[in-house]
Design a protein around this ligand. Structure first.
Ligand code: ADP
Ligand code: ADP
Ligand code: ZN
Length: 221
């Protein structure tokens, strides 16, 4: 099964993708993660996109579609894909169709996470991740379990690391730009998938576990 997780920044795409990977052995392809890795490694692409990402604007369609295309080459046909944060424009949606056709894959479902925009700023400004394994957390909604012991340093539930980080673009001002980009360029690709009858919707405002259950239900897992 190949699916797209669609929703504005902070909707919970990364959180839910990680669960599908863990439970069903699917593969998460996040263009945001790939671009951040390129920035960190200071590759030519990374150097080109750094300022754009920090401003919360979209990087060019060809750059992200090339990243996706390269990942697909090495992926066994039997492994299902979760596209997380891609496609984000009509041009990317067309490029994805071509890439999938080349690899004899089809798009089974587009899962839209429906969220209330006011909540997103709080979600994003409270977001942090484990610097060692990448597990996602939140200051208010998903602290590591040992946060109950106030005198201990926070420790990652998955790997035990005490090292955490926050994204430079997870600030209120940039979030507003990212939401505007979503509204103007990404939301308009939904009708294309509606026409194909593959869009399913879940309530992204529910608790994390409930959202997972809803996704499993709409995907028939
Ligand atoms: P996205 O990948 O769509 O940008 P994330 O999965 O990174 O979003 O989630 C953004 C932040 O909100 C994270 O800190 C995450 O822990 C938290 N979060 C995710 N889903 C929920 C939810 N259903 N309720 C409350 N907080 C959530
Ligand atoms: P979020 O989890 O908040 O939705 P991402 O990690 O997906 O954000 O993306 C972070 C930034 O990387 C975006 O603001 C944008 O600059 C860039 N980016 C990621 N994916 C794409 C894409 N498919 N097209 C264009 N830019 C992208
Ligand atoms: Zn960790």
């Amino acid at each position: 099964m190949n699916i797209i997780l669609l929703g504005p920044p902070g909707a919970g795409k990364g959180t839910q993708a990680a669960r599908l990977v863990e439970r069903y052995g699917m593969r998460q392809l996040s263009t945001g993660d790939m671009l951040r890795a390129a920035v960190k490694a200071e590759t030519p692409t990374g150097l080109r996109v750094k300022a754009i990402m920090e401003a919360g604007e979209l990087v060019s369609d060809d750059v992200v579609s090339t990243l996706i295309s390269e990942e697909l080459v090495a992926l066994p046909q039997t492994v299902g894909i979760i596209f997380d944060g891609y496609p984000r424009t009509a041009a990317q949606a067309r490029q994805l169709d071509e890439i999938l056709a080349r690899h004899h894959r089809k798009l089974d479902r587009v899962v839209e996470l429906e969220v209330d925009e006011d909540a997103l700023v709080e979600r994003i400004t409270g977001r942090f991740t484990c610097a060692h394994c990448g597990a996602g957390y939140h200051d208010k909604f998903k602290l590591p379990k040992n946060a109950l012991h106030e005198d201990e340093p926070l420790r990652c539930d998955h790997c035990g690391s005490t090292d955490f980080k926050r994204r430079p673009d997870d600030n209120e001002e940039t979030v507003r730009t990212r939401m505007a980009e979503y509204r103007a360029k990404t939301a308009p690709i939904l009708p294309l998938y509606e026409e194909r009858g593959i869009v399913v919707r879940v309530d992204g405002m529910a608790d994390i576990d409930i959202v997972t259950q809803q996704i499993e239900r709409v995907l028939g897992l």
